[in-house]
Ligand binder design. Structure first.
Ligand code: DGT
Ligand code: CA
Ligand code: CA
Ligand code: ZN
Length: 586
């Protein structure tokens, strides 16, 4: 079996990290970084496509040289440049990258200024208090590093994004399903609950030959280490670093085991307590009265025995779902096929990797009715943000393109920077030419909470403000969100008829599940967008929808389940004091 895309991408990311720690040329570092990202988002196996003679240099950002290197990894599993740079950079230094918030640039500073070469030497330097004085650090960073090191010492603290968990599981499940004698195979645990990060993957199977099943499992080509092998349970670590448990259960216990291993633990405890009240014992083998097994083959019958409706896995967090299942009040959750368009995407005009036409075609191919092109505005120079003149050109290009479509439309938009004082990066005279405006913060992340909150709310006062993109700015595992009073922001959004984005990029998933639900309860609607920087990233919608489901969102709570004409009506701002769109007295 060929190497997975994520494994190949990991090799290139590693090269980029190590070169960056070394202080190599930034263009070179970026080239490897781009290669990693490009490989990671390919829908098909890159290794297999090479076997079929595909020329990878046709991919964006991949030249002949990189294409050759990808082939080297895909066919030999090794990369000369990586082995060379690994010889030069001590392993202890690259291990520092696993501390949250620690990037190659910081590692380089620590190496050059404090002679740090390992976790141990970093801990020693931490005690001296000199780290806060380093360029690009500060007391907060120092505290975060200390915290990160402490947390790493606890077991089970290394989590991966849902996207990586997804890729790994989507490759492993078909492999397991092809084993002789297999009846059912399913991924349970946090994966099935759609959690934004995954600790490990828990697979359940029923089969006629457990030995063959376990054999196949430990021989999976992506196995790095076999941690344990038993008759009903084995654990492996994959080359991607993800740990996978396989449990083989009897067919008559499949439903009970699936409930148990889907979790969450808090949900399990809650339903077990309901069992106790009814004089029943609930465990991974079934529901029992005394020693008599009442059921356990399907999830539905387990829940039914307890007087509960079947509960969607995304809700199983003991956040009120058990009571709702008892009272027949479970929400009917949003589904991916109900999404009718995407309201935030980029093109080559700024930091996207596809043209307007390519993005439009990709959205049409998905069956969408609309795609909003929200390229950056001028303040964001690193992304070549557009000024008024360039945006006007883009608007004209969109008009020309739209003339070719029927039943589909590109919406004219921009991802407008919210400036430090809460004003928007472009004047109203151009904002009013747009169909929608997506607004977001890209600098001054460290304002005090009060000031940051006011900055956002002041921006919302602009009547052209429609959507607050990636509301907290967090990057999972890398950066905490900025200090923001989200409750106030949500209330302000509901009041002004503006919407909060649920950004579907797997390392953002911003808003969180908890705040999606809070927004819903406070009467603010959510827009689920991909913030796609390429055609393939339009598929990130599934992560956003997963998160929305965890946040109890229904179709009606999500703006882009509606046709464009309905969305446009929603976007018409209700008049508020100071608003330019004051309603005439009747
Ligand atoms: P993860 O792997 O950290 O992302 O999260 P989970 O939820 O997949 O947790 P994991 O892998 O430790 O266990 C899988 C499921 O097994 C968990 O969701 C519920 C169940 N489980 C594990 N340990 C316990 C326990 O001590 N009590 C109960 N009631 N259930 C447990
Ligand atoms: Ca798990
Ligand atoms: Ca587990
Ligand atoms: Zn964006």
């Amino acid at each position: 079996m060929a190497l997975s895309n994520s494994s190949i991408a990991a090799v290139f990311d590693k090269v980029a990290d190590l070169l960056d720690i070394e202080g190599a040329n930034q263009f070179r570092v970026r080239a490897y970084r781009t290669a990693a990202r490009t490989i990671a988002i390919q829908p098909e196996s890159v290794a297999e496509s090479i076997l079929h003679g595909r020329d990878l240099s046709e991919l964006p950002g991949i030249g002949k040289d990189l294409a050759g290197k990808i082939e080297e990894v895909a066919t030999t599993g090794r990369l000369n440049v990586l082995e060379d740079v690994e010889k030069r950079v001590p392993e202890g230094l690259s291990a520092l990258l696993e501390i949250p918030g620690m990037g190659p640039k910081r590692v380089r500073v620590l190496k050059e200024r404090c002679a740090v070469s390992s976790m141990e030497s970093l801990e020693r330097v931490l005690k001296t208090g000199q780290i806060r004085e380093l360029p690009g650090f500060g007391p907060k960073t120092e505290a975060a590093i200390r915290d990160g090191i402490e947390r790493r010492k606890l077991p089970g603290q290394s989590r991966v994004t849902r996207a990586l968990g997804d890729e790994v599981t989507r490759a492993l499940l078909p492999y397991l399903k092809s084993v002789d004698g297999v009846l059912q195979v399913v991924a349970a645990g946090s994966y099935r609950r759609g959690l934004e990060t995954i600790g490990d993957i828990d697979i359940l199977a029923t089969c006629t030959d457990a030995v063959a099943m376990m054999d196949a499992f430990v021989k999976y080509p992506e196995v790095l280490r076999v941690l344990s092998r038993g008759i009903t349970r084995s654990t492996i670590v994959l080359t991607s670093g993800i740990q996978v448990d396989l449990r083989v259960v009897p067919a008559e216990s499949y439903g009970a085991a699936l409930v148990y291993f889907t979790g969450s633990k808090a949900h399990n405890i809650a339903i077990r307590a309901i069992g106790v009240k009814k004089g029943l014992k609930v465990n991974e083998y079934g529901v029992f009265k005394g020693r008599r097994r009442l059921c356990g083959k399907t999830e539905e019958e387990v829940y039914a025995r307890l007087g509960l409706a079947w509960i969607e896995p995304e809700l199983r967090e003991n956040r009120g779902e058990v009571e709702a299942a008892r009272d027949g009040k479970l929400p009917e959750l949003l589904r991916l096929d109900q999404i009718r368009g995407d309201l935030h995407a980029h093109t080559v005009a700024t930091d996207g990797r596809r043209t307007l036409e390519e993005m439009a075609e990709a959205a049409r191919a998905k069956g969408y009715e609309y795609l909003s092109i929200s390229d950056h505005t001028k303040r964001l120079t690193v992304a070549r943000g557009q000024d008024e003149k360039r945006l006007r050109e883009q608007i004209r290009a969109i008009d020309r393109l739209n003339a070719r479509f029927s039943g589909f439309q590109i919406l004219k938009s921009a991802e407008v920077d919210i400036l430090e004082d809460g004003s928007l990066d472009l004047p109203d005279s151009i904002l009013k030419e747009l169909d929608i405006r997506v607004c977001s913060i890209h600098y001054k992340f460290n304002l005090p909470i009060q000031q940051q909150t006011e900055r956002v709310i002041r921006a919302m006062d602009n009547p052209y403000f429609n959507i607050l993109a990636h509301p907290t700015g967090r990057l999972i595992g890398r950066r905490e969100g900025y200090a923001l009073d989200l409750d106030r922001v949500i209330a302000a959004a509901a009041e002004r008829g503006v919407f909060l984005e649920l950004n579907s990029q797997p390392d953002r998933l911003d808003l969180t599940d908890i705040y999606c639900r809070k927004a819903r309860d406070m009467g603010a609607k959510i827009v689920i967008s991909t913030d796609a920087h390429s055609d393939l990233e339009l598929d990130f919608m599934r992560f956003g929808v997963g998160q929305a489901r965890r946040g109890w969102l229904r179709t009606e709570d999500v703006v882009n389940t509606r046709s464009w004409s309905r969305v446009r009506t929603l976007f018409r701002r209700a008049p508020s004091s100071g608003s330019l769109q004051r309603k005439k007295p009747q």
